[in-house]
Write a new protein. Structure first.
Lengths: 450, 69
């Protein structure tokens, strides 16, 4: 247990601690405290003495005021240390009697920022924590490692060498089934390290043997604009061909989408027949539904426009989960950090195309790929970590055996509920829980067999 | 450019689409081509100039920029 120890050393020692010109150390205050591992990096801190103020009544006053004195004769000094948990009660009882300078021993609990994790905050945990929270090793032991499952990463392209180096594991990119928009050189797995590389890394946390399809839709350039929705339409048309080419006994395609529309400025207004954000008849929303109906698990980031600390690009004042990011046939993914708390920027529902979005949350804001900075952040990271879980489940269940809709239902039903009981617009159905979904699917399979 | 959605016979090609819609090669993004949305239903899209979108027999949709996130 970490503790703060209050000492009253000699007056000249307290005077040194109080003197801002002197850099006092723990060793200046106390040479040794039996059974306590003192923290030498923590400089001693002077603490004033509180005593009843004589000007406001005596010691028997019912409402005494106190005054504080930092004079060397009155002040005490705090140092920091650790006592082994097994010895705690013995040490606490003996320390004060064995060392006369010790006047108090107090708990030094772990403290956290009071608000949710936001965009500018440093990483919370690392990718090993994410694997632990996803129970990845248990999934792999049962053969759910993504082998034979294609995961299309629709993003800025993948740099497989970077992913391989950061993960320390082999990475498979299927060049033949990858695709690039017109004008973008087709270099599957060899694009500059960027956002798409982060997404690929995060997919492999749960499904290390998945086969990646590199779909760099966000590299398309039309004048000054990089990435248009029409590029996503073309990419999905290609993926429909990929899916149709799979035999029924091997039909397993997961499509990870960590992108979206941030501003209504490039769209036609809601109510206009050509609108995208609110219109299920837009060609992209049609093709998303068609690809899911054909057997693809389509996973979308919910977006980074949460009320606590939205991304500065967010232009939708209400219902920021727009278009396909909240399509009824996709798994819409919000973000939690490795403390299992919703990150403040994770977009809240309801979505514009469906009420109960996001579906669930997955992990983000952890030290991971190193592709885009210190942390893999945003629902951009939560989406591929969830897509990896979907790919892991798919290893032993094709889309013919378990439809995308059935799998999405099971993921939602088995998510670890957070916040209010049942569904809520912050966490959806809860945090993705891979062992629980596999257990539920195992029960369903057993029941059918019986 | 805008996204033009059109109905064409299943298996249609870009040149057939241009002929059927009364459009020229200058009106469309040839690199993008003719993209099948629901091929079994004969539903396709093209990227065309705004002027061609107004002229052609089809439904014009927004083609907004998309970003990582």
């Amino acid at each position: 247990m970490r503790v703060l120890i209050q000492l009253r050393p000699a007056t000249d020692v307290v005077a040194s601690v109080l003197d801002p010109r002197v850099a006092s150390t723990v060793a200046d205050v106390v040479s040794d405290l039996p059974g306590v591992s003192l923290d030498a990096a923590f400089g001693p801190v002077a603490v004033p003495r509180a005593r009843p103020s004589a000007a406001h009544g005596g010691a028997l006053s019912l409402s005494p005021r106190v005054e504080f004195s930092l004079s060397p004769e009155h002040a005490s000094v705090l140092v920091r240390g650790e006592i082994p948990d097994a010895e705690l009660s013995t040490r606490l009882s003996r320390l004060q009697s064995a060392v006369p300078e010790v006047t108090g021993i107090f708990a030094d609990p772990f403290i956290q920022p009071s608000g949710p994790t936001c965009g500018g905050d440093g990483p919370v945990g690392d990718w090993h924590d994410v694997r632990r929270l996803l129970h990845a090793s248990e999934l792999w032991e049962e053969g759910h490692d993504g082998e034979g499952v294609a995961v299309a990463v629709c993003d800025t392209g993948i740099n497989a060498a970077h992913v391989r180096s950061a993960l320390g594991e082999d990475v498979e990119v299927d060049a033949g089934r990858s695709w690039a928009p017109p004008g973008v050189p087709k270099r599957p797995g060899a694009y500059p390290v960027n956002h798409g590389t982060m997404c690929a890394f995060d997919v492999l946390l749960a499904a290390p043997k998945a086969t990646l399809l590199d779909i760099p839709i966000l590299l398309s350039q039309q004048g000054s604009v990089q990435g248009l929705l029409s590029d996503a339409v073309a990419a999905y048309s290609h993926l429909r061909g990929v899916l149709n080419a799979m035999s029924e006994e091997h039909r397993a395609l997961v499509v990870s989408n960590s992108w979206g529309l941030f501003s209504p400025l490039g769209d036609l207004p809601p109510g206009h027949p050509g609108n995208y954000s609110d219109n299920p008849s837009h060609p992209f929303n049609l093709i998303v539904g068609s690809l899911a109906d054909a057997g693809a698990d389509v996973v979308f980031a919910a977006g980074n426009c949460g009320r606590d600390c939205p991304d500065q690009r967010c232009g939708f004042r209400e219902r920021p989960i727009v278009g396909a990011n909240g399509h009824p046939d996709v798994l819409s993914v919000g973000g939690v950090d490795t403390r299992r708390e919703r990150v403040g920027y994770s977009s809240q529902g309801p979505a514009r195309l469906a009420d109960r979005k996001p579906d669930l949350c997955s992990y983000t804001h952890f030290a991971g790929s190193g592709a885009v900075g210190e942390a893999d952040t945003g629902t951009s990271a939560a989406c591929p970590t969830a897509a990896g879980v979907v790919a892991a489940v798919r290893t032993r269940r094709t889309a013919v055996q378990l439809s995308p809709e059935q799998l999405r239902t099971q993921l939602n039903r088995t998510a670890d509920d957070r916040s209010t009981v049942g569904y809520d617009y912050d966490y959806g159905w809860g945090i993705i829980d891979p062992p629980a979904v596999l257990a539920a699917l195992g029960r369903a399979r057993g029941e059918r067999a019986a | 450019m805008v996204l033009l959605q059109v109905h064409l016979p299943p298996g249609a090609t870009l040149s057939e689409a241009l002929r059927s819609l009364g459009l020229s090669e200058e009106d469309v993004d040839l690199g993008y081509g003719l993209v099948a949305v629901l091929p079994e239903a004969g539903l396709y899209v093209l990227r065309v100039t705004e002027e061609a979108g107004r002229r052609a027999d089809g439904q014009v949709f927004a083609d907004p920029p998309i970003e990582p996130g």
